[in-house]
Design a protein around this ligand. Sequence first.
Ligand SMILES: [Zn+2]
Length: 335
Amino acid sequence: MSTEMPKCYQIATMPPTAASSSTPPASQSSALPPSHNATESTSDVPDCSSSEQPASDESKVVPSRKPLLRLELRDLSSSGSRAFLRLVHASAALEDAVDAVLKLLYKNMRPSCIPPTRSVTLVLRDMDGVAYTTGLDLDDDHKEIHLSTKYIEFVPESRQKEEILGVLVHEMVHCWQHSGFGSAPVGLTEGIADFVRLKAGYAPPHWKRHTDCDWDAGYERTGYFLDWLEKDHGADIVRKINEALRECQYDAHKLWHDCCGKGIEKLWEDYRKSVEDECDKSESSSEDITDQKGQEDVPAQEKDQPAPPEDHRTPREKARRGGNMHVPVRPGTSS
Ligand SMILES: [Zn+2]
């Protein structure tokens, strides 16, 4: 691990985020690929503190080089491929995913901070698991996102489109994020991927905040923690973390103190308290409502609402509707 003072920790001060990014990306019909109408970098030196102009306008971050986006369908006859083609406009979906990722990781940063990803190929094929991202052996700037057609079939029909788009955003993060040359905890890089998915508006209904784990448990567990960090410590925390991993190895003490002013253990402890306090508050407000109406034996959420029809579905059937659906672990490397 390098002991030199890495310049990537000298994070440029960024103006606060202009607009909330919690809304889903623009509809597919209005999606456009990254265009050439923004300022382009003329420098090959990856230095975000240079006098380059920021990469973005208010709505879009444009990389120095527009990536080639490709689609490869290995089996057109599979029902997963058929569902994909029926539900998703592939070029718009990939372009939207690139836009969402670049906006959330590189807004107000210089184009030279963005990895030189030259192409992203979405490969739909029959495989176990959900999806993974890999670089080509010959040139890591060419990425492949492999998405399982079997998994698409597994997702309830009413959720298929949102799930495909959400997984695409998650995997697209891996095509553009920094990882301290692979030294960052996998839980952190996976957490950033799900943080971006969350902020892009594609959090599945079964996601929830967990505190019964470590901060680097990954995926939505770490993603929600990062979301809380942005609300509590500044809207550009995740961009700072990503930038800190651009040119140097992961250094836990330095990274978290530089980005948030505290160590990771203290931050995770604060997050757990915050989530637990929130739960206590919502529980006590539920009790208040119950006390006011003097009907302690009736669950608060049923007040003022007609009783829901009796649910005769089995737990498995409920899960298939998007309840506590188990998502298989993503296979292989996904960085
Ligand atoms: Zn991942």
